[in-house]
Each structure stands twice: as structure tokens, then as C-alpha cells.
Design a binder for this molecule. Structure first.
Ligand code: UDP
Ligand code: MG
Length: 318
């Protein structure tokens, strides 16, 4: 056994048969040139194409490569969690399979960690080149909102691509929440993080797994997981409206006492009733979002189920 430090590289893969061989070539080149021992942890997140076959083929030729194959698609968050739970490295990195997270940044990231000043090196895209403008616009707006209403710092343009020390990985593994939003979790656990900016790169092959709506849904999860502000809006607005309604009531009673029968106000009444009804439904919906989360958390279902792996020590369910 060599006694060099071990790097674990976690790669969540969903339908990446086209990109994975290209990724592997690039990553193996960078990793083998380093003065570290390494393991490549490929997570097959229930792909419907030949991703698993590609993994098996690569693993047969390279002892550094381990794969965990899920019994179905559990989502990138679960894939990353499975990686963290099974990574043995002193340093652990997460990286996309499409080369949008350049492996060539790894040596620089390791250098920064080795100075001992930081516990993690995270990456941030400084451009969103090659992305639809509408998507960029919504993304910017989203980061503004979530940073204002949550107490965790979530950096605009932050990628999940980062390199961490063992201590930080252990804390992330210990956070066993079912609804995971890694960008928030990384920030929440704290530790000293160095932000490494880089230019956006387009994926080498295959296509994005995130539609606009899937991203929007994920963004909502980020907000409800790391902020109670939407719930507070309901109570504050409710308080304000009750207060205004009380004033209005006094006004109507006084007017009735002084001027007799008030003017018929059917239309305005309906307006007010439907406005308030709408607001109530809206906030019921927000409360529902949180209750749904609580419901899922209390069921304690596993985050992932591995149905096939070449690692006999793998934790197959967690
Ligand atoms: N991914 C995954 N499970 C999913 C969706 C995506 O493991 O359900 C992986 C995917 O294979 C890729 C990474 O997550 O390695 C990022 O996905 P993608 O490149 O499609 O997202 P984008 O870069 O377009 O935001
Ligand atoms: Mg991508």
C-alpha cells in the first residue's frame, strides 16, 4: 500500500454514456499525474442508457474505479450523498460527468488545501456563457432572494464542484436530512472555504438533465430547506390585514351610527373577500410545502438504494 494521501472523486451520472468515457479519460489523466493515491467513485443514478455498461467496462481496466449503481433514479442530491457516505479519501471532491467541472482545476485546488488555511475549495462560475439568457436571469434573481431570506450564504454561480477535507465530509454525512440541497448544506456546516472562480464550460456530450421546471422545483426546495421566511410572511401579512380590517370595521360602525344606512358596497365586498380568500389559499400552499417536507422527513426512507456495485464494502442502503 502506498502511504500517500487518498483523494476520492465522486461523480454522479445519469444517462451519461456519451460523456462518461471522455470524462474518465480527462479525470484519470489529471489524477494519475498527482502525487496522491486516488479512487474514482462513479454513481449511476438509475440511468436508462448504457451508462452502467460503460462503468463496468472502465472498472474492469482500472482498479482505481468503483461504481455504485442505484436501483432507480434518486436524483443528483442522493447520488452525491451516496458518494460522501462511501468515499474513503482524506480529500473528497464532487464533479459532474459532463466536464463542465474541469478536472484540470484539481491540482490548484489541492495546492490551496495543502496550505492548511482552508477546509474546502469551492468553485464558482463567473460567466454563464452558453446558457439561455432567461435561465441566467432567473438564476440571478433566485440567488438574490434566497440570500436575503435564509441565514446560510448561498453563492451565486456556485457549482457543486468542490474539494473538501475529511472533517467536512464527515459533518455532511452526519446531516442525514431527507430533503437535501447541497449548496445550502455546504454553506451551513461552515468551515473555511476558498472560492475559486472559473469560466463556464459547456457540456462535452449528451444533454442537460434539468428542465426549467425541474430547476425551479429544486430552487423552491432550496428555499424551504434553508429559510422559514415564507412562513413568517403569512403571519405578518395576516396580522397587518386583521389590523386593517378592524380599523375598517370601526369606520363602518361609526358611519352607520352617524349617517344611518351605509351605501350598498356589494362589488367591493366581493373584491375584498376573494382577495383575502386567494391570499389564504396561497399561504396554505406555502404551509403545505413545509408539511410535505416534514412528512417525508418523518418517514425516514433511505436516501438511496444500491442494486449493483464492484465495491464489496459499499454501504448499499442509507
Ligand atoms: N445527474 C444525476 N441525477 C439526475 C440528474 C443529473 O446524477 O437525476 C448528474 C448528471 O449526470 C451530471 C450532473 O448531475 O453529472 C449535472 O447534471 P447536468 O449536467 O445535466 O446539469 P447542468 O450542468 O445542465 O445543470
Ligand atoms: Mg452539466
Amino acid at each position: 500500500m502506498d502511504n500517500r494521501k487518498l483523494i476520492s472523486l465522486i461523480v454522479p451520472c445519469y444517462n451519461e454514456e456519451a460523456a462518461l468515457p471522455l470524462f474518465y479519460e480527462e479525470a484519470a489523466k489529471v489524477l494519475s499525474a498527482l502525487d496522491y493515491d486516488y479512487e474514482l467513485l462513479l454513481i449511476n443514478d438509475g440511468s436508462k442508457d448504457g451508462t452502467l455498461d460503460v462503468m463496468k467496462r472502465l472498472a474492469a481496466a482500472d482498479p482505481h474505479l468503483k461504481y455504485l449503481s442505484f436501483s432507480r433514479n434518486f436524483g443528483k442530491e442522493s447520488a452525491m450523498y451516496a458518494g460522501f457516505c462511501n468515499a474513503k479519501g482524506d480529500y473528497v471532491a464532487v464533479m459532474d460527468a459532463d466536464l463542465q467541472d474541469p478536472p484540470s482545476l484539481l491540482p490548484r485546488m489541492l495546492e490551496i488545501l495543502e496550505t492548511g488555511e482552508y477546509d474546502s475549495v469551492a468553485t464558482r462560475r463567473v460567466t454563464r456563457k452558453g446558457e439561455p439568457p432567461v435561465r441566467s436571469w432567473f438564476a440571478r434573481l433566485y440567488y438574490k432572494i434566497i440570500n436575503r431570506i435564509s441565514d446560510t450564504d448561498i453563492v451565486d454561480g456556485a457549482r457543486d464542484f468542490r474539494l473538501m477535507k475529511r472533517e467536512m465530509v464527515d459533518t455532511i454525512v452526519s446531516m442525514g436530512e431527507y430533503n437535501r440541497f447541497s449548496k445550502g448544506i455546504f454553506g451551513w456546516v461552515g468551515f473555511k472555504t476558498y472560492w475559486l472562480p472559473f469560466e463556464n464550460v459547456e457540456r462535452v456530450a449528451g444533454e442537460t438533465k434539468w428542465s426549467f421546471w425541474k430547476l425551479a422545483r429544486y430552487g423552491m426546495d432550496g428555499i424551504t430547506n434553508f429559510s422559514q421566511a415564507p412562513l413568517m410572511v403569512a403571519s405578518r401579512l395576516g396580522f397587518l390585514m386583521t389590523f386593517l380590517a378592524a380599523l375598517w370595521l370601526i369606520f363602518i360602525i361609526v358611519r352607520k351610527l352617524i349617517f344611518g344606512d351605509p351605501v350598498a358596497g356589494w362589488a367591493s365586498t366581493i373584491c375584498v373577500i376573494s382577495f383575502i380568500g386567494g391570499l389564504q389559499l396561497f399561504f396554505l400552499g406555502i404551509i403545505g410545502e413545509y408539511i410535505a417536507k416534514i412528512y417525508l422527513e418523518t418517514k425516514h426512507r433511505p436516501h438511496y438504494i444500491v442494486s449493483e456495485t464492484n465495491d464489496p464494502d459499499a454501504e448499499k442502503i442509507r
